[in-house]
Every structure is written in C-alpha cells, then in structure tokens.
Design a protein around this ligand. Sequence first.
Ligand SMILES: *Cc1c(COP(=O)(O)O)cnc(C)c1O
Length: 354
Amino acid sequence: MSKIHNFSAGPSILSQGAFEKSMQDIRNFANTGLSILEVSHRGKEFEKVLADTDSLIRELLGVPDGYDVLFLQGGASTQFFQVPMNFLRTKAAYTDTGTWASRALKEAQGYGEVDVLASSKSANYNFIPKDYTISSGLDYFHCTSNNTIFGTQMKSFPHCPIPLICDMSSDIFSKPIDVSQFSIIYAGAQKNIGPAGVTVVVLKKDMYALKANRHIPTMMDYAIHAANGSMYNTPPVFSILVSKYNLEWVKEMGGLQSMAIRNTAKAELLYNAIDKSPYFNGTTAVEDRSQMNACFVFSDENSGLEAKFDNACKEAKLQGLKGHRSVGGYRASMYNALPIESVQVLVNTIETFN
Ligand SMILES: *Cc1c(COP(=O)(O)O)cnc(C)c1O
C-alpha cells in the first residue's frame, strides 16, 4: 500500500517513530514487563517520561527560568475558562480572530469584563487585525497565534504592557518563539505535539501572585498542578508518552529552527501553486497566511468542480483536505510531521487539474 498523505487538521499527523516506540511501550514499557497502559503513574519509569517530556519542551521552546510547564487535561477548550477563572479579576483584553478566539472570549465573559480590542469577524476572519493598542491596567491580553479553521497566523505579537496569554494550539513547536514575551502559552496536544488528551501549559510563575479572589476548584488551580508536578491526579500518561517521542523527533530533526525552515518551504510550495492555479483562490489576506493550515476554494467561475477535484485527491491518496464548514472548500494542514513530499503530491494534483 502506498503512503497516505495526511493533511488532517487535528488530531493530525505525527512522526512515524512516535508510533513505533509507543507500540513497543504498549507491549513492554521500559522493560517493566508490563504495558504503559497498566502501570502506576507514580512509578519511576513514568516519572522519567514526564521529566523527559518537561525537559524536551523547555529545551525546544527555550523556556527561561521562572516558568512552570504543566500537563493538564480538558483540551485547549478548558483553558478558555481556566485562564479567566484564575486570572480575570476585573477586566481583560482579547482579540477576536476566529472560532477558537471567539470561544475563549465568550468563556471569559463569565468571569469579568472583556474588552474586544479588534475583530475580523465581519470579514469571516480572513485576516489578522493589527491596528489596536493594549493599554496597561487590564489583567491580561489573550490572543490566538494560529487560527486553525480560517488559516490565518500572527506573524508577530503586539507590544503588551500586561501579561500576554496565547492559545498556540496549532502552531506551537512549528518555529522558534520568544517565550519570555508570554505569561501563559497553552496548547492542546493533538495539532503539533502528540495525540489528543494532554494540554501543555507554559506558565510564568509570577502569575500566581495575580490570582483572582474567587473560589477555584482544585483541579482548575494552576498553582496546585504546579506544586504537584502535574501529578495532583493521574495525568494522561499515554498522551504524554507519545508526545515525548514526537518531540524527540523534532529535536532529532534539528529543533524549531529546522521545523521553521521545513514549514516555510512547505507553505510556499502550496501557496504558490494555489496562486498560480486558474481554478483556486486562497481565502485569506496574503500577509496573514498560516504556515500550518492553508485554506483555498474554487474561484466562482470554477465552482461545481469539487467532486472532480475530490476524486483526483482520492486517487493521489491525499486525505483530510475538506475545509471546515465555516469556510468551505479545502484546508491543507501542514503540521511538523507532514513531509514536503506530501505537499508536492497535492501541488501536482492542483497543477494537473483540468
Ligand atoms: C483545536 C483548537 C482548539 C480546541 O482544542 P481542544 O483541545 O479540542 O479543546 C483551541 N484552539 C485552537 C487554536 C485550536 O486549533
């Protein structure tokens, strides 16, 4: 069977080695004679997995001293309310750049005032607004670095005099970032880290002093998870294990600098083909195009050709290209583990489509 080219938006493609090593650990975890799925998370073998994953994250992202790395559950969607529950005392600022950003700010409204500094909603989120300033005195500013559904990405972050909090679910580990700019970074694993089930949170320790004065359930309290090394309760052991193996691959490949080079090459290859094609149009502002998720549609005069293109994709073993229902058309997600060869097959299919 020839290889399937997996453009799934999430859960999404992981490095092949991550699967092979995890399968080995399902059979016999770290020579315990038992499966990773049936041993205590408090045993020294899993403690090592957790510690290794923590150090890989710190090393790859370049996390400075003074930050906790937490392994939580509930997905990025839980962070949408856990962040304001912990840190929204009076008023926070948000940008509304897509479905996930909009869900995050709606959850925050349950805990305090929300200042929506900018929104691209009326343009169906096809660009990243940049014309706003963040004033001091607010509790924090929240943004979404990559809008997975609409295919836009922040190429830089605004000057922020208050704690900067970012949902990086779909572009974390895709390029180097300056973690010291951020007070909190969070990401559900299933886009560019590992399998669904674990949420990675990188949190600057000085945030604990800014905790809101309200009852916070223990499981929602970042400080409790930090004090317990993400072992206050059972962590998602298998998701963490596979994430570790996937991040080891990122490191072997040369780390985030190398991921950035690969991801830029893949995105340029595809966007060039879309721009040259007489059939397709990109859906977003060119300067805000995401390197992770490329959205494209048939131009008006070519509508009606979907079934034909879908068939060509199927023949070429291109999978996961269906656009989100709020954009339509196609979305090619090109996370770290997607090889450029897969993008080349998609480009060939676009170029030979007639
Ligand atoms: C997928 C996604 C989410 C939702 O993540 P869950 O882990 O399913 O809750 C949130 N934000 C962004 C940017 C995403 O891509």
